[in-house]
Structures are given as structure tokens and as C-alpha cells.
Ligand binder design. Structure first.
Ligand code: ATP
Ligand code: MG
Length: 140
């Protein structure tokens, strides 16, 4: 898909959520500024989270958003593994206990830094900057 604005990326993300049931681990690949966090913000509306609440968890490594109005999905975990230098460090965050939990959806930025823990994740989103406001978004 091609997104021509931040808003279009929100919309694509929202649509993407319609197919999630809980238990998914979604990998977000793409360079700095390609729109990974923006994509996660896009899911906010769908789950009744305030968009402003979704901030890149750079220092905490992960944020847990509690979902109240969904039958199956109780947690959205947003991980930013950018700063993870060795995989041990990630274990200490406690985020791993949410992986593949049936009431949780996990979104991971910079997943290449925590490869060991990803198993055979099938959900991958590749983002690429084409120009200022244009992004290519490939969903697998
Ligand atoms: N079509 C678009 N889709 C997404 N973001 C866009 C688009 N056009 C412009 N932008 C801008 O690009 C930036 C994307 O930033 P964002 O934080 O989402 O990137 P990121 O991939 O999470 O980067 P990082 O690796 O640093 O975490 C935002 O400032 C956003 O407004
Ligand atoms: Mg980000």
C-alpha cells in the first residue's frame, strides 16, 4: 500500500486491527522516521486509547495499554527495541510474558534487536520512506 500522509497511515493501521483476534505478535520493520510509531498510534482509535497516550517507549522499552471495551483483547503492548544492545536486557523488561498471550497484541519496533524471542512470527509490516509524506507499507 502507499500512504500519502500520517492520517492515511492511521487509517491503514485501523483497518489492519479489524483482523486481529488476540495472541498476535506484529513486527514493524523500517528505518528511522518511516512511520512505525505512527502506525501504532493509528491503532489507538480502534481500541479506544487516546492517540496522545501512545508515545514511543524509548526509555522504558515497552508500554502496556489496557483495553477496556474489547471482548478478547485486554492489552496492547508496544515495544521499541531500538536501544536493546543485548538480548538479556530485554528479558529484564518483563515484556516477554505477554508474547502470544491470547488476550494481548504485541507490536514491536526494531524487532531485529530481539530476534531470539520472536519464534515463527507471521505478522510483519514493512514501512519504507518514499518521500516527505509518502510511505510504502507492505503487510504480510
Ligand atoms: N505517510 C506517512 N505515514 C507515516 N508517517 C508519516 C507520513 N508522512 C509523514 N510522516 C511523518 O513521519 C514521521 C514518522 O515518525 P515515526 O515516529 O512514526 O517513525 P518511526 O518509524 O517510529 O521511527 P523510529 O525508528 O525513530 O522510532 C512522523 O513525524 C510523521 O508525521
Ligand atoms: Mg518509533
Amino acid at each position: 500500500m502507499i500512504s500519502n500522509s500520517e492520517k492515511e497511515t492511521y487509517k491503514i493501521a485501523r483497518k489492519y486491527c479489524e483482523n486481529l483476534k488476540g495472541g498476535e505478535v506484529v513486527l514493524l520493520n523500517g528505518d528511522l522516521g518511516s512511520g512505525k510509531t505512527t502506525f501504532v498510534k493509528g491503532i489507538a482509535v480502534f481500541f479506544n486509547i487516546k492517540k496522545e497516550e501512545i508515545i514511543s517507549p524509548t526509555f522504558t522499552i515497552f508500554n502496556n495499554y489496557k483495553i477496556k471495551n474489547n471482548k478478547n483483547i485486554k492489552n496492547i503492548i508496544h515495544i521499541d527495541a531500538y536501544r536493546i544492545e543485548n538480548e538479556e536486557e530485554f528479558l529484564e523488561t518483563g515484556a516477554l510474558e505477554y508474547f502470544y498471550d491470547k488476550n494481548t497484541i504485541v507490536f514491536i519496533e526494531w524487532p531485529e534487536n530481539i530476534k531470539t524471542f520472536l519464534g515463527d512470527t507471521q505478522k510483519i509490516i514493512n514501512l519504507k520512506t518514499l518521500d516527505n509524506n509518502k510511505r510504502e507499507i507492505i503487510i504480510t
